[in-house]
Design a protein around this ligand. Structure first.
Ligand code: ZN
Length: 461
C-alpha cells in the first residue's frame, strides 16, 4: 500500500512574542516565547523567538499581548439541553429534572443536531478544544441521536468524547424519570456496544472517543450499572455517570441501597482509573479516599452546582488526596452560559467559599481546566499541556485590551478577570475560532437553527 502523505512536507504554524502557560508538570511559563506547530503536533515551545531554520511555515503569528494556554477540556455536559435553557429557573435538582423530563423525552436526532452545535459553539468560543457530551435520553422514535451529535460536533471541528448514556429505572421501579423516558437494559447494552464499535477511535490524535455512561443512581438499575461496567472493560472504553450531586441523591441511595453513592458505586464495580463522575459534591473523607486510592476522576461543575443549589464540592481536599479533577459546564439547562472559559473563574471563587483564601490558586484552576480534564478523559498523553509531541490544541487569549491590560500576571488576567477575547483557537493544528468567531460554520445559521429547534420542542409539549 502506498502512503498518500509520502513526500509531503509538514506544514508549520509559528506563534511568537506570546506569554505562554504550558501547564506541564513543572508549571513552566514563558514571558515572551514561541510555539511551533507541525501539522497537528507541537514541535517546539520555549522562551524567545522560534528557531530560524524552520521551513514550510504557512502562517506566522505575532502574538504580542496574548497568553497561550492549552485548549480547555470539558469533562461533563449534556449538549441537547441547549434548546431547553432558562426553564425551571428556581428548582433543586430532583424538582428540576421532574419538570424537564417530559420535554426531553420528545427530542429527536434533528433537534439534537441543532442543540449540539449550539453547545459546541459556546464551548469553542470560550476556549474549549475537547469536550465530552453525556447523552442519556433516547426516545423510541428519536432516530440516530448519537450519530446526529457526533456529526454536529465534527462540523465545528472540536475534539470529542461521545458518551452513550442511558436511563433504565423508571418511576414504577422506584426511579425518578417517567417510565416512557427509559429504555430496556438489553437494548441499552446492545446500542452502547454498537456505538463503541462504530465510532470509538483509540489512536493517538483521535478526534472521537466513545464512553459508556448510565445516567445516575436514581435513573438506572443496579443490573445496568454492573453490566455497563463489564461491557466498558471488555471493549476498553471509559465509564461515566453522575454521582453525589445532591443531599437528596444521598438520601435516595441510603433508602434504596442501604449505603451512600460512593459505597454503592464501589459495590457495582464503578471505582477505578477508567471511571469519572460528575459533581461529587456530597463526599465524606472516606469517599474522597476511595476516589484517590482507585484513581476515579471527578468532573467539577461549579456553576451548575450553584444554579441548582446543590452545594460546593470539596475540590481542594480532592486535589490534596490525589483525586484526578477536571472542569465541566454541565448541561446548559442548569448552566445557561454554556461557556467553559468562565468556569475557571467560577471554580476559583466558589472553592474559596470553603473559607480558605488559597483553596484554589489561579494556576491550580487553569490546571483543572486543562491537564486535569485531560487526565479525567484518559487523554493526558495527548492533550492538556503545551509540550513537544502533544497535539496542537491551543488557545490564544488577548490580554492587552481594556479589560486586562492593567493586570501584570496574564494567568490571573485569564482566570480571575473577565474572560479575555479569544483571538485564535487551534484544534489538532486547525483554526476553529478566529477573532472570537467560528471558522468552520456560519454562526447565524446555528443561532437560527437552535431558536427554531427550541420552539419546535416547546410546541411538542
Ligand atoms: Zn449532568
Amino acid at each position: 500500500m502506498t502512503d498518500p502523505t509520502a513526500g509531503r512536507q509538514v506544514e508549520r504554524i509559528v506563534i511568537e512574542n506570546a506569554a505562554i502557560a504550558t501547564v506541564d508538570a513543572l508549571d513552566t511559563e514563558y514571558t515572551r516565547g514561541h510555539v511551533v506547530i507541525a501539522d497537528n503536533v507541537i514541535e517546539s515551545v520555549g522562551e524567545g523567538p522560534a528557531p530560524q531554520w524552520l521551513d514550510n511555515v504557512v502562517r506566522r503569528i505575532n502574538a504580542e499581548g496574548h497568553l497561550v494556554t492549552p485548549g480547555l477540556v470539558n469533562t461533563h455536559h449534556h449538549f441537547y439541553q441547549w434548546i431547553t435553557r432558562g426553564l425551571a429557573q428556581d428548582n433543586i435538582l430532583f424538582d428540576w429534572l421532574v419538570a424537564l423530563y417530559p420535554t426531553w423525552s420528545r427530542i429527536d436526532a434533528e433537534l439534537v443536531h441543532a442543540a449540539t452545535q449550539g453547545s459546541a459553539a459556546a464551548l469553542l468560543k470560550s476556549g474549549c478544544t475537547t469536550a465530552s457530551d453525556h447523552h442519556y435520553v433516547f426516545p423510541h422514535d428519536g432516530g440516530d441521536i448519537l450519530g446526529a451529535s457526533i456529526e454536529g460536533v465534527a462540523e465545528l471541528g472540536m475534539r470529542f468524547t461521545a458518551l452513550r448514556g442511558s436511563m433504565s429505572r423508571g418511576k414504577s421501579d422506584g426511579g425518578l424519570p417517567p417510565d416512557h423516558a427509559v429504555e430496556k437494559t438489553e437494548d441499552i447494552l446492545i446500542a452502547s456496544e454498537a456505538a463503541v464499535d462504530k465510532w470509538h477511535d483509540a489512536s493517538f490524535g483521535s478526534m472521537l472517543h466513545v464512553a459508556i455512561a448510565p445516567c445516575s443512581p436514581f435513573s438506572v438499575t443496579t443490573e445496568l450499572m454492573k453490566e455497563a461496567a463489564d461491557l466498558a472493560r471488555r471493549k476498553g472504553v471509559r465509564l461515566h455517570t453522575h454521582g453525589s450531586e445532591t443531599a437528596e441523591e444521598e438520601q435516595f441511595c441510603k433508602e434504596l441501597f442501604g449505603m451512600g453513592p460512593t459505597d454503592y458505586f464501589e459495590s457495582v464495580g464503578w471505582l477505578g482509573q477508567d471511571v469519572w463522575m460528575a459533581h461529587c459534591v456530597h463526599m465524606n473523607d472516606s469517599d474522597i479516599h476511595k476516589f484517590a486510592e482507585t484513581g476515579t476522576g471527578v468532573a467539577h461543575c461549579p456553576s451548575s452546582n450553584a444554579r441548582l443549589a446543590a452545594g460546593i464540592a470539596r475540590v481542594p481536599d480532592m486535589l490534596a488526596a490525589g483525586v484526578p479533577v477536571g472542569l465541566g459546564v454541565d448541561g446548559t439547562a442548569s448552566n445557561e452560559s454554556g461557556e467553559l472559559g468562565t468556569e475557571l473563574r467560577n471554580a476559583l471563587l466558589i472553592n474559596r467559599l470553603h473559607g480558605r483564601p488559597d483553596a484554589l490558586t489561579a494556576r491550580q484552576t487553569l490546571r483543572l481546566g486543562t491537564m486535569g480534564g485531560a487526565r479525567v478523559l484518559g487523554r493526558q498523553a495527548e492533550i492538556g499541556s503545551v509540550e513537544v509531541g502533544k497535539l496542537a490544541d491551543l488557545a490564544l487569549w488577548k490580554v492587552d485590551g481594556i479589560m486586562h491590560s492593567s493586570i501584570a500576571d496574564p494567568v490571573a488576567a485569564l482566570v480571575m478577570g473577565a474572560l479575555p477575547p479569544l483571538s485564535l483557537l487551534l484544534v489538532n493544528g486547525r483554526p476553529v475560532v478566529e477573532n472570537g468567531t467560528l471558522t468552520q460554520v456560519n454562526e447565524d445559521r446555528i443561532a437560527k437553527a437552535c431558536a427554531d429547534a427550541a420552539k419546535e420542542l416547546a410546541s411538542r409539549g
